[in-house]
Design a protein around this ligand. Structure first.
Ligand code: SAM
Length: 307
């Protein structure tokens, strides 16, 4: 796994915040030790979160019912980070002749020497895709990538849909805007900071709720959605995944609060003092109480007849 990885939250938001004043300057110094440390943490956090989400999905990364046996398939993972999802998906599907493509705004964590059937390239989901990719992919997958879309979420989903070949599938996986009443205060605070940040960039936190309707509008059929209950800490019966969730949440809170502190104070509802202790408090709360993150998996097949 690579080590120089920009925080996803920072990456997603950098471009959208544009000229918004920052009260501190620590996040744009690519070469600072602190920055590199936070990048390493982020890639590690993503790998922990990957395991917890995969566990919640019963070990299945692809819910779309694709036939991987009868012919080679071409699979894209958009906003892939270091490509962990792609490699793990590849190891779980039959056949060795499939082609895997990973794209991300940030190429720093792409594997230096990918396997011959893997390709990684830079791609901002908010900009047009290469025209020769149109209608060329058997599966377009994206997980936890919509944060970066600002007010253009539907257009970004449309562009992803355009890459799917007739008969091919799209699968989107995102967190729902949902929290349990009984959840602890630290988790609620983290959720609030996420909301504040999404508001600043103009992204609707719960946009995935509209995705199934959009897919149908874009000419997809057999559209299905499943809500996956991702259990963190005490709520996860698997001891190893429980531990990963606890650590992952500490790292999430550390990354998010570090970033939130660089934003205008009045835009973030949680005080700086609370943000200072949030990583440690959330870690303890996740260990003692746990909580559930609701993730929605939306998938559908492009009609055979091109619109
Ligand atoms: C929360 S991470 C999710 C990574 C991976 N999909 C996963 O589920 O583990 C979000 C990813 O989106 C990428 N990203 C942010 N803004 C992007 C953009 N505008 N276009 C493409 N990728 C973007 C980040 O670099 C980061 O790798």
């Amino acid at each position: 796994m690579g080590d120089n990885r920009e925080s996803d939250v920072e990456t997603s938001i950098f471009r959208r915040l544009g000229n918004v004043n920052r009260s501190s300057s620590n996040i744009s110094q690519d070469s600072s030790d602190e920055y590199l440390m936070s990048s390493n943490q982020e890639i590690y956090r993503l790998s922990l979160n990957h395991d917890v989400i995969k566990g919640a999905m019963g070990g299945k990364l692809i819910l779309a019912p694709i036939d991987f046996v009868s012919q080679p398939r071409k699979i894209l993972d958009s906003a892939t980070a270091d490509g962990l999802w792609l490699r793990d998906a590849a190891s779980s599907i039959p056949g060795s002749h499939h082609e895997f493509i990973g794209t991300d705004l940030n190429s720093k964590d792409f594997p230096a020497k990918p396997a011959p059937n893997f390709v990684y390239r830079e791609q901002d989901i908010n900009t047009p895709w290469p025209s020769n990719w149109t209608a060329s992919l058997d599966l377009v997958h994206q997980r936890l990538g919509l944060a970066a879309t600002g007010p253009n979420t539907k257009a970004v989903v449309k562009n992803l849909c355009d890459l799917v070949k007739p008969g091919g599938w799209i699968q989107l996986v995102e967190a729902e805007d949902r929290i349990d009443e009984e959840d602890g205060p630290a988790w609620k605070s983290l959720f609030q900071i996420m909301h504040d940040v999404f508001n600043m960039i103009g992204t609707n936190y719960g946009a995935i709720a509209d995705a199934a309707k959009w897919l149908e509008e874009f000419g997809f059929e057999d559209v299905r959605e499943e809500v996956v209950e991702v259990k963190y800490g005490k709520k996860n019966k698997d001891v190893d995944l429980a531990r990963k969730g606890i650590l992952g949440h500490r790292l999430s809170a550390a990354g998010l609060t570090r970033f939130a502190k660089t934003l205008p104070q009045e835009k973030i509802s949680i005080s700086r003092q609370e943000m200072d202790t949030l990583p440690a408090v959330l870690e303890l709360e996740t260990e003692e109480r746990g909580h559930t993150l609701y993730m929605r998996v939306v998938y559908g097949r492009r009609k055979f007849q091109l619109l």
